[in-house]
Design a protein around this ligand. Structure first.
Ligand SMILES: Nc1ncnc2c1ncn2[C@@H]1O[C@H](COP(=O)(O)OP(=O)(O)OP(=O)(O)O)[C@@H](O)[C@H]1O
Ligand SMILES: [Mg+2]
Length: 1033
């Protein structure tokens, strides 16, 4: 680690000329990006739905000697807190000055406070920074354990209290810790820097000790006192490595210290601020510790310093792939959570990325005292639990983000949401998922003026349209930490892409290879020559047009590789195969079995989640050096490569779009590891001109998708607008013909009631939502299926067959998967015959007579008209039924002759859809009976594993295989994981890196504390004395 602190890297780079557009945007009415039709590209995310109350109610304290039981203490704190909160409103400024006045002598007056995000911050910021900056030469390492015997026994959280108390009382009592601390404070009072002066110091060579001492002196937390105490107590309960002192005396001493500190903290704290872009120094310490990030790139600093951000304006920023956009967003998010004390919603495009982010940010949440809540798949609560003290970071897929925003608007809590961050903002232009994102943002713009919107992307073109829509400022920069060199290959010649030249590329070199005629036939595109230039030392990705092509390329390459490739990390590759075998309950895909010994694998949606994760991890660790993958990897998890090869300029049968091309080649060049990254697009002579066009064309524009599929997106928007707040619509003076038609259509479908008159504007306000309409938008049910779903559920009420879960499964089988399902009639019949008599009645009840299946299987003509949606849906519910029984994706996919990836996908979609149906039923009194049934079914579908693994799989990113390993090693509950020692985990669990172990423990801790908090909130809500008890005044 060359540089000591997370300061700004000032080195200017060639080709990173900064462009910044600050053209003010008219705060005009919300307008969508240019409304023009574009073909839908769909998405991987499941439809929106929500979970149920499926949290297991584990008591984290069990028979532990818990501080939570101490009513009198909490009561005292409540009193103080209550009193403080009242006083705070009256004179927060005075309070801050009084407290800080004691702390600071000789305060160095800071210039302008650029980082404050609220007026309150402005009052306190400069003082606090000065007061808490540590002497960077202080020899004391914060990680060092105190040597005093009493302190040895204390958990770290309590040590922190000692320190805080000492610092706050400013010398009124001297302890070994305070002695050191005071020394730090005094000696550092003249070393205060603004964030920009950080970089200056940095250039003068701060040492890494600066970090640890900074965090040690980080006095002020944003938490309220009570919360602070709770988290300290929770911390005590969790800390394993340090022993809790059992002596009564010490406990009492600690408690009285804590109360004393608490009183003072509560009197003094208001908003947390600090020297790191308005955040405590601890934050930069955490970025260094968890991410290995030492310095901010220059653009990151500039972006964070934008005036528009200080003023909390909406912002779009755009940089090339790997430019480091995430870090900026995360700092802004932390500011909102810690300084402004508001909740934040972060929207990411795919479930896997959401889970990765939850894992990555949980450790920040634990250290900084906020909650990280997952909203993906069937996870997430609607509306979210209202937290009184801690703030929440909701990390959501597009669909879940939409449902969350709906629930916040409906419960009039949308103002709690201070910030919404959208990663990969260009998704706005992608099919129905884009429409959902657009609707979400439009609702925020209309309903919550105080919610800031930040969007980022590497591939935006019509930024002005987006700026207008989001009323946002814009920042852009060409910076890329690792230079990306683009090439194309035609025959045996490599050309460098150069858009300045006439045809778009210039000669670079001839490919050096000696192919036998056999090899030339097997590999006419010289893929082997291209990959062996980099592997096994460096990593390489080959993007292929189809799934089948991925597997073929992987097989072909390894067939012709020299034996030496096997020797590279041989043992780890064998372990990987063993691991895959475990995952597949004894089976491994034959292609993978053949390719992995050479360090090669394929990666596409045909793999199960568990397989995909193992392969990704092995690739990240360098055990695998080549992945043949489909385009989904480009937008998926972060798996960079030294060289990216595009097998052909096609995705399936469609010619590559510029956005797709940029995203794919953007995986090349690993920041901090590679000094260069390169991409090679393999082009056939016939496609040469199309590729020239591709290179010279701008990125595609991002257009509204609200009018796609017979204005379905627009209708969804109208439905939820009427449902959420009728007056929203009345604000629109002139509704276009499309809107009128859309509304009429909704009335026809029975989702809205009322009349629309062209002349009488007021009549528009008479529109109301029907119960069915409300159920539809609350359950995020596709408008095309809502009436059918209603009819099927209603029919179910007349004779739901509950001998097994087959009938319920049928009702929870997603409609949208029926169109690409073609049943194998022999299998259909076999499965039908294996059902019990009662289960066979399900087929009849839903409208698929036995005779129909028999005739189909025997190839006879069928006169009777049977709805193919129903037939296919029943077939898919057979798959789900078998899957829930056997909990083995491999055997089920064999039984039904489907790819295991498809079966996995069906399962995930069914879990999502089941919770959608649950929310649909919750709105309709007549369907009360389904609520309990669907709650349980959603849980079964979400995990589809043996019951004992479910608590472990609730932890973000712990999939079945890992859960089994953990369970077998003795980690049987969430509490086991939350209190595990990562080092021990690494030793006990095969194929688990230290980083993964730490993330598992942090995520488990976060989940546990989130559950504990929720219960605590519930208790307090129950015990609250109503203010309106009859007969009292
Ligand atoms: N200041 C920094 N110093 C060192 N590494 C950094 C810094 N900022 C970001 N990185 C690292 O650079 C890599 C790429 O960053 P990030 O994922 O944020 O890129 P991105 O701009 O979002 O790219 P994409 O458009 O491909 O998603 C990450 O591994 C991240 O940890
Ligand atoms: Mg990114």
């Amino acid at each position: 680690m060359a540089e000591p602190s997370l300061a700004v890297r000032r080195k200017s780079r060639p080709g990173s000329a900064r462009k910044r557009s600050r053209a003010p945007v008219q705060p005009s009415a919300v307008c969508s990006p240019v409304a023009r039709k574009r073909p839908s590209s769909g998405g991987e995310g499941p439809p929106a739905e929500t979970p149920c109350s499926n949290d297991s109610e584990e008591d984290m304290f069990g028979d532990y000697d818990s501080f939570y039981g101490n009513d009198s203490l909490l009561a005292q704190i409540d009193d103080i807190e209550h009193k403080y909160l009242q006083d705070k409103n009256i004179d927060i400024k005075a309070a801050g000055e009084i407290i800080l006045g004691n702390l600071q002598s000789g305060i160095h007056q800071k210039k302008q406070d650029n980082f404050s995000t609220s007026e309150n911050m402005l009052v306190l910021k400069a003082d606090k920074e000065d007061a808490f900056q540590m002497n960077e030469n202080d020899p004391v390492d914060s990680n060092q354990e105190p040597t005093d015997s009493i302190l040895d026994d204390l958990p770290s959280s309590q040590l922190l209290y000692f320190e805080k108390m000492d610092e706050l009382s400013a010398g009124s009592r001297i302890s070994p810790v305070s002695e050191r601390t005071n020394k730090c404070v005094n000696s550092s009072s003249d070393k205060i820097r603004s964030p920009s002066s950080f970089c200056e110091d940095d250039e003068h060579g701060n040492r890494p000790t600066d970090f640890s001492s900074d965090s040690k002196c980080d006095l002020f937390k944003t938490e309220s006192l009570k919360d602070h105490l709770k988290s300290a107590m929770t911390g005590n309960a969790k800390v394993q490595t340090l022993q809790v002192s059992k002596t009564k005396q010490l406990k009492e001493a600690v408690l009285s210290e804590e109360i004393c500190v608490a009183r003072k903290t509560i009197e003094s704290s208001s908003v947390d601020i600090g020297p790191f872009y308005g955040l405590p120094s601890k934050v930069k310490d955490l970025f260094r510790q968890f991410r290995g990030i030492e310095t901010l790139y220059e653009w990151q600093h500039d972006c964070l310093m934008l005036e528009s951000l200080q003023q909390r304006k909406n912002l779009i920023y755009s940089l090339p792939t790997s430019g480091g956009k995430t870090l900026v967003a995360e700092i802004i998010i932390l500011r909102e959570l810690l300084c402004r004390q508001k909740d934040v919603l972060m929207i990411l495009p795919y479930v896997a990325i959401v889970q990765e982010k939850v894992r990555g940010l949980s450790s920040f949440g634990i250290e900084l005292g906020f909650l990280v809540e997952e909203y993906a798949g069937s996870k997430g609560r609607f509306p979210p639990i209202k937290r009184r003290i801690k703030k929440s970071l909701y990390i959501a897929t597009i669909e879940k983000g939409h449902a969350l925003v709906n629930s916040l608007i409906e419960t009039e809590r949308i103002d709690d949401l201070g910030l919404i961050v959208v990663d990969e903002l260009h998704m706005l232009g992608e099919g129905s998922r884009g429409a959902t994102l657009e609707i979400t943002l439009a609702k925020i713009l209309y309903t919550s003026k105080n919610t800031q919107i930040i969007g980022m992307s590497a591939t935006l073109n019509n930024v002005a349209d987006l700026q207008k829509f989001l009323q946002a400022e814009y920042y852009t920069n060409n910076f890329r930490p690792v230079e990306l060199k683009e090439y194309i290959k035609i025959r045996d010649t490599i050309y460098a892409v150069d858009s300045k030249t006439e045809n778009g590329f210039t000669f670079s070199r001839c490919l050096n290879f000696k192919y036998s005629s056999n090899l030339e036939k097997a590999d006419p595109d010289h893929i082997i020559a291209l990959v062996t230039e980099v592997i096994p030392k460096y990593s390489c990705l080959i993007f292929c047009p189809t799934k089948r092509n991925c597997e073929n390329v992987a097989s072909m390459v390894c067939k012709y590789l020299k034996k030496e490739f096997r020797a590279h990390r041989e043992k780890e590759k064998q372990d990987l195969i063993k691991n895959l075998k475990n995952i597949g309950n004894g089976s491994v895909c034959p292609v993978l079995k053949q390719t992995i010994p050479f360090g090669i694998a394929y990666h596409h949606s045909g793999l199960t989640n568990d397989e995909r994760k193992s392969i990704e991890e092995a690739y990240s660790a360098g055990v695998l050096c080549l992945l043949a993958c489909t385009a989904t990897l480009a937008a998926g998890v972060n798996l960079p490569a030294r060289r990216v090869i595009l097998r052909a300029p096609y995705v399936a049968n469609e010619f590559l779009k510029k956005n797709q091309y940029k995203q794919m080649i953007g995986r090349a060049g690993r920041a901090g590891i590679d000094s260069a990254g390169e991409s090679i697009l393999i082009v056939q002579e016939k496609d040469k001109h199309l590729v020239q066009d591709l290179i010279n064309s701008p990125l595609e524009n991002c257009y509204s998708n609200l009018l796609l599929e017979l204005t379905k997106g627009m209708q969804s928007l109208l439905l939820s607008l009427v449902g959420l707040k009728q007056q929203l619509l009345s604000k629109e003076k002139s509704l276009s013909e499309i809107i009128k038609d859309g509304l009429e259509n909704l009335i026809e479908k029975g989702l809205l009631k009322g009349r629309i008159s062209e002349k009488d504007h007021n009549s528009k306000c008479t529109l109301t939502i029907t119960l069915l309409g409300k159920a539809t938008y609350k359950g995020s049910i596709d408008l095309a299926y809502c009436s059918l779903l209603y009819r099927e559920l209603k029919k179910g009420l007349e004779g739901l067959i509950l001998e097994s879960n087959l009938h319920l499964l049928y009702l929870a089988t997603p409609y949208d998967m029926t169109s690409n399902c073609s049943p194998d009639w022999m299998i259909y019949l076999r499965l039908f015959n294996q059902l019990s008599a009662a289960e066979q009645k399900v087929a009849d009840a839903v409208g698929v007579p036995e005779s129909f299946i028999t005739k189909k299987a025997s190839g006879q003509a069928i006169r009777k008209n049977v709805d193919s949606v129903v037939v296919n849906r029943l077939y898919l519910s057979f798959v789900l039924y078998t899957l829930l029984k056997e909990t083995n994706i491999w055997s089920v996919s064999e039984k039904f002759n489907m790819s295991r990836g498809y079966v996995q996908n069906l399962l995930n979609s069914a879990a999502s859809f089941a919770s959608c149906v649950l929310h649909f039923c919750e709105e309709l009194e007549e369907f009360w009976v389904y609520k309990a049934l669907l709650t349980e079914l959603t849980k079964q579908l979400t995990y589809c594993v043996k019951t004992e693994l479910i608590p472990l799989m609730e932890v973000a990113g712990v999939l079945e295989a890992r859960a089994k390993q953990l369970y077998n090693a003795g980690y049987k509950t969430l509490a086991h994981l939350a209190n595990a020692n990562p080092e021990t985990l690494v030793k006990m669990i095969e194929h688990l890196s230290r980083r993964q172990a730490k993330q598992i423990v942090s995520s488990a801790k976060m989940l546990l504390s989130e559950k504990a908090e929720a219960l605590q909130e519930e208790v307090e809500e129950l015990l609250k004395v109503p203010t309106d008890i009859p007969g009292t005044y």
